[in-house]
Design a protein around this ligand. Sequence first.
Ligand code: ADP
Ligand code: MG
Length: 272
Amino acid sequence: MQEMLGIKNPIGRSTIGHVTKPEVDISHGPILYLEDISVSFDGFKALNGLCLTVDAGELRCIIGPNGAGKTTMMDVITGKTKPDSGTVFFGQSIDLSRMNEPQIASVGIGRKFQKPTVFENHTVFENLELAMKYDKSVLKNLFSKRKQSQIQKITETMEIIDLVDQADRLAGLLSHGQKQWLEIGMLLMQEPQLLLLDEPVAGMTDDETEKTAKLFKSLAGDRSLVVVEHDMEFVAEIASTVTVLHEGSVLAEGCMEDVHSNERVIEVYLGR
Ligand code: ADP
Ligand code: MG
């Protein structure tokens, strides 16, 4: 949409025709850099000199007590909240702090909020179709049949989220877990390189949580995931590196075992 309005994207490449996603430079390893980020709300520091680096292909878990700044961190990455200071980079060269929310989404960052927001009166298939990336060929063929490649892409996505047998079901009739997976599928239709997921297994049954763990592990590698979650069993199952936030900055970071035995983490979050 931005190119139709003649807006030049902040990395200097104007896009012609359908959306062209800039290459994310991950040649140094990391796909996300947050450096010295601070955010204040009426003088209260929700983020306080936060530094975080996530490698391409990583599945990073973020934990920490309520009010630690986890959601605010995601708001900063996605452009919903502008930091008072600090830098946010997507790969080596894309400065997210100079972009607005739609621009950040268009460079390949997808976010899932806690509450599923699917179109309840549309089928699973239609939800995925609606989420498909804008493509001028869709406009050109507005009144023609769906393209075979589009159907194939939707089918592949339904396979990933294990909803093939629910394709024609109204989204409103799905279980809570299935709705969450559908929304993840809708994000995947946009082909994001980085996925941010805020408390994805809250309200899920044990079986659904277990399936979500498998799904996330399969998504990582080709993409990078940053997952905020309180369910420690789930975190232990999926994370290689866990970051603990507390009062707006990093309290501890490392493998689950190290974080779990860290005295400060036990004190402020895990309890004795
Ligand atoms: P978490 O997700 O780790 O529970 P949040 O990032 O939601 O924490 O919140 C961090 C702190 O910032 C909390 O004390 C919260 O009350 C405050 N906060 C978050 N968003 C706002 C806002 N828009 N206005 C005022 N205070 C906010
Ligand atoms: Mg939160």
